[in-house]
Design a binder for this molecule. Structure first.
Ligand code: PA5
Length: 424
């Protein structure tokens, strides 16, 4: 279902490094499986896969089906872990051009403070049938709650049934958003208290918007369930290998990891991965800085740096093995563009060769490269991919000696911002 090829990067390690890390890897895996590591109280993202709640999946599917019938637009308000996973999966699994999708348009807001974006959004929404899902575990995040403060009266002024069209996803027991949902009678979905934002894509946070977009959430969820089982086995474990490789290279002075995709639809997975690794590892002065690139586009911008700039980066490719519906390069009957030699070959094949060439060139340029292979771009394979990264980041955090499940650093800017805004 998912495989990890790290052989080319071993050349950047000493032969004994790999064996030497094994006892620490096993200890990290044990801490995760036995709930004995830092932040073990936030392992709900594994628990919900170990005991799947099929009734919840059915209920989310039924709600989504109703929304799909009624809505032109499904507007998701949320930031960080409260929107990145949904956006990533929807982008990866739904058509690139909207008119091909028999589902509502899924839009996102509440993930920044741009007033002009919100104004333009309100103009765009005028005259459309809108459903709104506000997602905030804390119920206090400024970006999301400020957007909701604008959207809520807008919805109420236009839709007599607004209290049915506004759906709230939040903590089941605390917070202002919960209070608002109770006060106004909005339908509610719970974010389990023991699941952190960046680990919440397989809860209602991600699954409701993903289901509204027409993606098979059961297949997505069970892809993660199967991978959770597989990665709980220490003998066959690509997530442990990924965590070990990036840690060993980090110890050798590498400072930055690029997650590179060759398929634009996977860019959102890159953004989700970036938050997952950035917030989980970047603390106590530690951690690889996670960045994402979309090739071949970025080979024409960052490619020069990756090939010949400072040698402090590692590169992980996220690739899809099998892609359906090949697009063939046409035979135009002449060779004025010099591309006749590619006639009859598929874009998929050319893109694959671009990956192979890039991987070889970057490795020769001094970049440790490895590749995560998804079998297909399907809900099941994507569920496997999401779980793979969540498992790997937990192991990776334990190897680094940090709590992978907290994010104390994000409070600092909030304190300063609220002080400047005059918040009491
Ligand atoms: O991963 C995290 O915990 C964060 O990115 C949060 O998801 C983000 O800050 C939004 O928080 P909330 O859901 O409380 O609005």
């Amino acid at each position: 279902m998912l495989r990890y090829d790290y052989a080319p990067a071993l050349a950047f390690l000493e032969p004994h490094d790999w064996e030497a890390i094994h006892p620490r890897l096993e200890a990290a895996q044990k801490m995760l499986l036995e709930h004995t590591g830092p932040g073990h109280e936030m392992l709900g993202w594994r628990e919900l896969l170990r005991k799947p709640d099929d009734a919840l999946l059915e209920m989310l599917d039924a709600t989504a089906a109703e929304i799909r019938e009624q809505a032109d637009v499904f507007l998701c308000l949320g930031i960080g872990g409260s929107y990145l996973g949904a956006r990533a999966v929807i982008e990866a699994l739904t058509p690139s051009f909207r008119h091909l999708a028999p589902t509502p348009e899924i839009l996102f807001a509440g993930h920044h403070l741009s007033g002009s974006y919100l104004k333009a959004l309100l103009n765009y929404l005028e005259g459309k049938s809108v459903y709104l899902n506000v997602v905030s575990k804390s119920g206090t995040t400024l970006e999301t709650m400020l957007a909701f403060r604008v959207l809520r009266p807008w919805m109420e002024a236009r839709f007599p049934d607004a209290s049915r069209r506004i759906l709230v996803t939040t903590d089941p027991a605390h917070g202002r958003l919960l209070e608002m949902a109770r006060t106004y009678g909005y339908p509610r979905f719970a974010i389990p208290p023991n699941v952190g934002g960046r680990f919440s894509v397989l809860t209602a946070v991600g699954l409701l918007p993903i289901a509204v977009a027409g993606v098979d959430i059961r297949s997505l969820f069970y892809g993660a369930v199967e991978t959770c089982e597989r990665l709980s086995n220490p003998l066959d474990n690509p997530a442990l290998n990924y965590a070990a490789l990036r840690y060993l290279l980090y110890e050798r002075g590498y400072a930055l990891e690029l997650l590179a995709v060759f398929e634009p639809r996977l860019s959102g997975i890159g953004a989700w991965w970036q938050q997952l690794f950035g917030e989980s590892e970047g603390k106590q002065g530690k951690g690889l800085y996670p960045d994402t690139v979309q090739y071949s586009t970025d080979l024409h911008s960052l490619g020069q740096y990756v090939q010949e700039g400072r040698r402090h980066l590692i590169e992980t490719f996220l690739m899809v093995e099998r892609e359906p519906d090949p697009l063939l390069v046409p035979d135009t009957g002449d060779d004025l563009d010099g591309l006749a030699y590619l006639s009859g070959r598929s874009f998929q094949e050319i893109n694959r060769i671009a990956y192979e060439g890039t991987r070889k060139a970057h490795a020769e340029g001094g970049v440790p490269v490895s590749t995560i292979w998804l079998e297909h771009l399907s809900p099941n394979a994507l569920g496997a991919c999401l779980y793979f990264f969540m498992h790997a980041v937990a192991i990776s955090g334990y190897l680094l000696g940090v709590n992978p499940f907290d994010q104390p650093g994000v409070e600092a800017y909030k304190r300063e911002m609220y002080r400047l805004l005059g918040h009491a």
